[in-house]
Design a protein around this ligand. Structure first.
Ligand code: SFD
Ligand code: AMP
Length: 625
């Protein structure tokens, strides 16, 4: 590859939205409205194609956050309590409430744009659980991204979106974020985006920990492989304070193909049991008392549900089964009329298959290839490897300002969802301590952040100036892996093995091994300790040195190099925060063997910040308020 042919493209905008997922689409839709009023520009940049990018790529089978306030179903306060209990007390009530009070209107928009939502005979939405509603959601992302694109197009030359541009890191002037740099994964083009405000919404991270899927299954995971820690890296590098970096999410999923369990537990009212058929949520209920008061809350927090299951496995009582057969038979048995019962059976069968065909196609393939009929036989479930996804039941992300009317004391510092770095906003998986927002809440949080970021642009109208020297230095850094490969690849006859560089795939394997073995991955039963974490951190420092020698043979590998740098920083902030919080608060997500209990003085946020000036990490304990 001839590096001299790399064009430099400079794009100027007012609001720059990074990512094209649920939060980014919400931001584009809302910001376009306010930008139009004020003659401002909005630009969105996604590493993939918005139609199918991010976690909703395959579609979804439910909208997991809908209150139904207008029907008098639920209140915002009830939702806030649910989220706080599910996260063992650690949640920003102001942020959760802000999303919850606006989310219903977002769902109504999705329906208006064409998303089919299940309805009952009276025309009401069909609930999966208390907060979740069922959708025919295979095309969910297409529908939402089309609306976002249309909103940007409405702005004429003031609105734009760029696809297949990988964002590497922030552009800073002093302590203010004024843009981002990246490159095209299809053409020899290096990009600099200059902006008055920047919204980080590049999702969470997967493949930081060694996955259970190896060999022929490599790459298969519950969380989408496209999200690789860009959000965390971006905010960390901009000097923003982060929160809950220790709160990973370990979902329980159908084994090997990662089919979600929510519809089974909530809609079909299925039970999970050990191999002997015992319902461990009942037989091990006494264990929950140790985790008071959260162990007693209903529903049982997700991590504790996991924990009871892991105890079963430790006791040698696996495999664990989702009793799909019993659940379906029970629902059918409730119907006295034989003909009606047969009809119901067909309906349940098709709903069961649709659940996976809507969002995890490989699980349906798994059933088909193993001759599994869910109405006849149970299916194995298991705990996945850890992911970073604050919009589900994890919480890691940037520490952002709450709304003025809800945020107490130091939780409000100006613009909604602005990080502690001036001009830099975060939403969706990129913002922390506001779990359970899911697809609808992430879109809603994007709207909140997008509107606030436009206000920031209005208040900071001065043009952004970036020197040619700064751009040249950024370009050199971005393309360095290509240069290293070009210089050294002739040294060996196998381009993947070379003493002068490391390829991104090998680098990723090394990172995953460290995280798995030292930071409590799946293969060690999610257990770790001070000694293990300290050792893991030491190994990560060696990785940081080796990251300087990452090499890329083409644009795709260049993207892989930077993805793994992003993952490495996600990993470091995780290890540091797990170390900092000297207790076990989320057994089932991770267990500190040296501090096996929950402590009252850790009913607090564990925050961290990397200082761009000194390169030092600062750990900060913040009150819940
Ligand atoms: O049940 C860069 N989620 C579900 N939510 C629901 O409401 N209902 C469900 O049924 C859900 N299920 C589910 C869910 C997730 C997954 C993975 C599965 C099943 C299999 C959760 C939601 O999907 C999730 O909450 C939201 O999507 C979060 O939104 P956001 O915007 O924070 O993330 P995103 O949508 O993944 O988008 C990220 C974007 O960033 C881009 N990107 N762009 C440029 N440069 C880089 N370096 C970038 N890195 C990433 C991505 O391309 C993408 O556009 S259930 O199982 O829970
Ligand atoms: P999942 O399929 O696990 O991503 O879950 C989808 C939704 O159902 C989320 O809102 C979960 O919190 C919720 N959920 C899943 N399993 C249970 C359960 N056993 N009890 C209560 N809520 C659950």
């Amino acid at each position: 590859m001839n590096l001299d042919n790399f064009e430099t493209v400079v794009v100027e905008t007012d609001l720059l939205i990074l990512g094209g997922g649920m939060a980014a689409c919400g931001a584009a839709f809302e910001a376009a409205h306010w930008a139009k009023k004020h003659g401002l520009r909005v630009c969105l940049v996604d590493k993939a194609s918005m139609e199918r990018s991010g976690a909703v790529a395959m579609g979804l089978s439910a909208i997991n956050l809908y209150l139904g306030v207008s029907k008098g179903n639920n209140t915002v306060d009830e939702y806030v309590n649910y989220v706080k209990n599910d996260l063992m007390g650690i949640a920003r009530k102001d942020l959760v409430a802000n999303i919850a009070r606006h989310v219903d209107s977002s769902v109504h928009l999705f329906e208006k744009w064409g998303l089919p939502i299940w309805k009952d005979d009276e025309g009401n939405y069909v609930n999966e659980g208390r907060w979740q509603i069922m959708i025919h959601g295979e095309s969910y992302k297409n529908i939402v991204s089309e609306a976002a694109k249309n909103a940007l197009k409405e702005l004429g030359e003031n609105g734009s979106y760029y696809e297949r541009i990988f964002i590497i890191e922030p552009v800073m002037i002093g302590d203010r974020c004024v843009g981002a740099m990246g490159f095209s994964v299809r053409e020899n083009k290096f990009y600099v985006f200059k902006a008055k405000a920047v919204l980080d919404s590049m999702g969470g991270a997967v493949h930081v920990f060694r996955p259970r899927s190896v060999g022929e299954g490599l790459g298969r995971s519950w969380y989408p492989p496209f999200n690789s820690g860009a959000s965390t890296y971006f905010t960390l590098k901009a000097g923003a304070e982060m929160t809950c970096q220790e709160v990973r999410f370990v979902p329980v999923r159908f084994k090997d193909s990662y089919g979600p369990v929510g519809a089974w537990f909530l809609l079909f009212k299925s039970k999970a049991t050990n191999a002997k058929g015992e319902d461990y949520m009942e037989t091990r209920a006494a264990e929950l008392e140790k985790w008071a008061p959260y162990g007693a809350s209903k529903p049982t927090p997700a991590n504790l549900r996991n924990y009871l299951m892991l105890l079963e496995l430790e006791a040698g009582n696996g495999p664990i089964y989702m009793r799909t057969d019993e659940a379906i038979q029970k629902l059918v048995a409730e119907i006295p009329d034989e003909k009606e019962a047969r009809r119901k059976m067909k309906e349940l069968e098709s709903e069961a298959w649709e659940d996976f065909l809507d969002m995890t196609v490989s699980q349906a393939l798994n059933w088909a290839s193993h001759n599994i009929m869910p109405e006849e036989s149970p299916s194995e479930i298991s705990a996945c490897e850890p992911y970073f996804i604050s919009s589900h039941s994890g919480a890691s992300g940037a520490w952002v300002s709450g709304p003025v009317d809800l945020a107490p004391g130091e939780h409000h510092w100006g613009y909604d969802n602005m990080t502690t770095t001036k001009g830099l906003f975060a939403a969706g998986d990129a913002s922390g301590a506001s779990s359970h927002k899911f697809s609808s809440g992430s879109f809603t949080e994007g709207r909140i952040a997008g509107k606030a970021a436009i206000a920031f642009c209005m208040d900071h109208p001065d043009a952004i100036k970036i020197s040619d020297e700064q751009i040249a230095a950024m370009k050199e850094k971005a393309l360095m892996p290509l240069k290293i490969f070009e210089e050294h690849s002739g040294y060996t006859n196998d381009v993947d093995v070379n003493p002068n560089y490391i390829k991104p795939k090998m680098f990723m394997f090394r990172l995953q091994k460290i995280m798995d073995e030292y930071a409590g991955g799946a293969s060690v039963g999610f257990k770790t300790s001070d000694a293990l974490l300290t050792k893991g951190l030491e190994y990560l420092q060696f990785m940081k040195e080796d990251a300087e020698k990452l090499a890329a043979g083409d644009l795709n590998e260049l993207m892989r190099c930077w993805e793994n740098v992003h993952r490495m920083w996600q990993a470091e902030s995780h290890i540091r925060t797990v170390l900092f919080r000297e207790e076990t608060r989320w057994p089932g997500y991770y267990f500190r063997t040296d501090y096996p209990e929950m402590k009252e003085d850790w009913e607090a946020f564990a925050n961290c910040r990397w200082d761009p000036e000194t390169g030092e990490w600062e750990m900060i304990k913040r009150e819940l308020l």
